[in-house]
Design a protein around this ligand. Structure first.
Ligand code: SF4
Length: 137
């Protein structure tokens, strides 16, 4: 079965986003954080997506493809291969929502295919399936 993926925003829709929400790669928590998907239906009281102007964005949407996002990450001026700690989807979506999960794995597998050994942080509140855990290993 083809995994559900999130819709890709048009350039006009992206232009209407708040400035901070358009920044796909940013310095956070002593590393670089990749966030090309934004929106979450969960209501964690501690969520920070309101600080990006996205509190009402409950449906995950993509600003670019996973391949483009990984290119932006590894091409970022602060990215050092094998050194810079990376975080994936840790500001405005949940990386293991059913629709976001394929994107999380696409990013991780792209980084892995490049032979990169950077530490990667993925934080989830969602249910992990045995297949997810095997794939992460
Ligand atoms: S799972 Fe993450 S993005 Fe979703 S509401 Fe909770 S903290 Fe916010």
């Amino acid at each position: 079965m083809t995994p559900i993926r999130v819709p890709l925003l048009t350039s006009d829709q992206i232009d209407r986003l708040p400035d901070r929400a358009r920044e796909v790669v940013e310095y956070r928590k002593s590393g670089l954080s990749l966030n090309h998907i934004e929106g979450c239906p969960l209501d964690c009281a501690y969520c920070i997506r309101h600080t990006y102007g996205l509190w009402d964005q409950r449906v995950p949407r993509a600003l670019m493809t996973d391949a483009q996002a990984v290119e932006e990450l590894v091409g970022h001026r602060y990215f050092q291969p094998h050194v810079t700690p990376i975080q994936v989807f840790n500001r405005a979506t949940e990386p293991f929502l059913p629709a976001v999960r394929p994107h999380t794995f696409a990013v991780l597998e792209d980084l892995d295919a490049r032979g990169l050994r950077n530490h990667v942080l993925v934080i989830t509140r969602h249910q992990m399936k045995p297949d997810d855990i095997d794939r992460l290993k």
